[in-house]
Design a binder for this molecule. Sequence first.
Ligand code: AKG
Ligand code: FE2
Length: 752
Amino acid sequence: MTTKDLDELALLLGGGMSARSSAALPKREQSPTVTVAGFGELRLPLTAATARRLVAKGEAAPFGKGEETLLDTSVRHTWHFPRTAVDVDWHGQLDDILDEARRALALPVGCRLEAEFHSLLVYERGQFFAQHQDSEKDDAMVATLVVVLQSPSSGGELVVHGPEGPSTYAGSRDATTMVALYADAVHEVLPVRTGHRVALTYNLLLRGDTAGQTVGGDAVAEAETLLNRHFTTAVKPRYGGEAATPTRVAYLLDHSYTPRALVGGMGRLKGVDAERAAILREAAARAGCEVVLALADVHETRDDGYGGDESLIDSEVTITHARAADGTVEEPGILLTNAELTATTPSRALRAYAREHQGYMGNYGNTIDRWYHRGALLVWPTHLAFANRVRAAPAAELRTALRRLAEHDDSATRDIAGLLPIWPDVVSSLGYRHLVSGEPSGVSHLFADAMALASHLDDETMGDALLHPFAIDDLSPEGADSLLGLADTRGPAWTRARISRWFSPEARRSYGGLSENWVEDLPELTRALRQRPDLTSLLLQQSWAWLRPQLPSQLAATSTTTVRSRLADLGKLLASVMGAVAEADGAADEVRAEVIAWCSDEASDSLLDLLLPALNAAGAWPAARIDKSGLRDLARVASDLLEQRANSAPREVDDWSIHLPAGCSCDLCEKLVGFLANPAARVLEWPIAKQGRQHLHHRLDGAELPVTHVTRRQGSPYVLVLRKTADLFEADARRRSEAEQELRRIAKTWWA
Ligand SMILES: O=C(O)CCC(=O)C(=O)O
Ligand SMILES: [Fe+2]
């Protein structure tokens, strides 16, 4: 419904629909259920046999002319069932159809059409209705609705002869077709050539206060009605969710403007834009809405089709600039959905500022992308103005609200209440934007502001709702003060419960895990919160609880480059947690004890791939942080492991055995394992088909073993030559000498 209102609004702003004598209404999939007395329900589409049985029950249709009713088959030749003999069930669709008829006839929005069933008509082959006008039996009757039921036929078209020329409407076997026509328009039904034509006719009566209004007479009043209707009709979002009333709409202008021109405001609009904007602004003011001048960037992708028949594949409209009340121009980057957009002129009819052709892409044929700059008017109900402005410039608006709250300005509380319904969406779309652009989270500022607002609000439920959309990784060191303030107003129990919630997987917007950037900043955050040991200890327990379960699988995995690099990343995060423990100044010592105990228990050789990067990350830390972090204990664990490594027995000079980590156990892999494990075998020449060769390449490369594999392209199948390389011994020696170096380094850095 809503988008129809918007379409009508755009049409209206464009000067309205030119008056028409008749129009087809959109086809309907669901047909009405028609029951005829003494016959029963009509099964649709109507078969020829049913139509013939029906005709047998019909009466010859009379023809009303002035006061007399005549039977004259040279004027009208058809079978008819009077209203008393017919029952029609529209399954709730009739109101919608009548609104479509009103729109199609360009009748004002403020009025309403009412349908009065007239009769059921069945035309057999050769039957027709000659040119005539419908008699207006009721003062309110302005038009006729003709509904042609599904029935196979040819001929029998309804032709309406308006001042704009004749319009011809055919019926259909597969859909209910409908035509609305003004009663004074001359019309006729052409002779049916084959099959049957079955039609319902209705008198359309004009109701409502504005019934006397002339078409296009008061565009402002009509636009006002449409805006009111738009902002009070709840719609279900396209991809699921609760039905909600729209919060904004953008009307796209025909001209493009520079951001500088925007400063000049509405007075600078060009051509048709000026008058359209004037009507919309006046209507908006009457409907209690605010209008903001903005710039839109439209991107359309169309299928090139064949023979120039383009169809729209995708369109994206972003509000790039918006003019604030004080004349400053903001760059909100608001992405609008189709349901929030309307335009009198489609973008396709305007000049694109850029275009790009793409060749065949699989799903589509050739595609063409076009980009347009268009002025835009953003419209929203005044009570949602603050919410919409926050969406455009969150930081600035929230800060003003905070100032107003501090000054006990009650309107601020009202504004925040208006913001709440869209707040989760504002937060998540901002979070998403930063995720995509790779910028540091802009949400952390929002979070800090929201916490500050929440501690100033008297209404705690409202404050809770403001804090609800955030996750713990939105908390930055700069937000710490706001959190401390909140902890003062709401008390420790409340604050701890909140923090736990912000850690929960449901609070996560992106991957479900913590953001690693956030964990890296943990020492600074902890330091900023250190006056609240109950909070810092909770923060660190939760962080360790997040990190710990990620370690075992990486430590157990085959030590490839990828695995080592992941362990190095985790090592840096571990160092962050330990650094934060130090900053917590005794509040999180139990976390430190847990980490040390965990690492001492684990004590496998691969733990070095975690611990050494962790120790390196702490290289530049101040001594005080190092001392309290527990990293020295981890350095002890690491040096024990390094010692074992350095002292491990070197590989025997003639031992060429290599262990292939478990994976596949197919016949080929069994044979591979056998060759690799054999201490005496160095080369294997293996005639094997392509698929098998590829499989083996995969296994060997995946495990990063010191074995070359070359295919000798000779004979059939080709021969795969596997050769163990001397790196087997070199790597072994390197490993031990590096362990010794590392040991010396640790001794120097950690207990010098
Ligand atoms: O059968 C129709 O489509 C139109 C009938 C008609 O014009 C009338 O009943 O006045
Ligand atoms: Fe008629």
